[in-house]
Design a protein around this ligand. Sequence first.
Ligand SMILES: *Cc1c(COP(=O)(O)O)cnc(C)c1O
Length: 247
Amino acid sequence: MSDLTAELNTETKEELIKRYQEIEEKIITAADRADRDIEKIKLVAVGKTHPLSRMLFLKEQLTDSKISLTSFGESRVQELLAKEEEFPGKINWHFIGHLQRNKVKYLARLENVTLIHSLDSLRLAREINKRAKKNDRVMETLLQVNIAEDENKYGFMQDEVKEFLQQAEEFSHLKIKGLMTILPHFAEQEKTRPYFQKMKELQAELTAAGFKLPELSMGMTNDYEIAIEEGATILRVGRALFGPRDY
Ligand SMILES: *Cc1c(COP(=O)(O)O)cnc(C)c1O
C-alpha cells in the first residue's frame, strides 16, 4: 500500500469498495443486455475534487476486477498536476475537461498523460501537435462533439467534424482515436439515448468515409448504462465511484 492510502479510515474504504462493486455489477449487466464484450469497455475514474488517496485506494483494490479501470480522469490541469506531483509517474491520466492552449505544454511533457478527450478546436490541435513534437511523442486524443448542440458545451458541431479530421491529418504528432461527448443534464436518463445513438451513427459514418475512430467516450454517472447499450467504449464516471463533490 502507498503511504497516501494509509490516511483513509475504514468507513471510507468500505464505501469506496461498495461503490465500485455496484458499478462493476451494473456495467457487466448493461454489457450483457446489449450483448457487448466487456473487454471493449474501459472505465475512467474521474477523481476531480477528490483526494488522490481515494483514487489510489481504488487502484490498489482492483487487481481482480472483472472490468477494466485503466486510467484516472481529471478536468483541470492544475488538479492533475498537483496529484501527479504527489505520486509521480504512477497513474495513467486522461485529461477530460476543456483545455486551454497555454496549458497543453504541462500535459505533453508527462508521459503518463495518455489521452486527451477534449480536443475541440483546430487551434488546440495545432498546439497539442507542436508540444507533442517537442517532447518526441505522439499525443492521442479524442475529438469532442457537441452532439446535443448545447450552447454551454464545447466541441465541434456534427457537421464540422469531417472537415476537421481532414485538416488534422497534417499533424504528425497527434492521433485522433475516436469521439467524445458530454451531454447536458437530463432529469430523465432515457432522454440521453438518442444523443448516444447519434454519436454511434456519426462514428459509423466517419468510419465508412475512411477515418479510424474506434473509441467512443460517453456516459457519466447519470447515464453510463445507457451509453454502454449504445456503444460507448470509454465511460467517464466520477460521483458514482467517489461520492458527491464539494466545490
Ligand atoms: C466530471 C466529469 C465527468 C464525471 O461526471 P460524474 O457525473 O461525476 O460521473 C465526466 N466527464 C467530464 C468531462 C467531467 O468533467
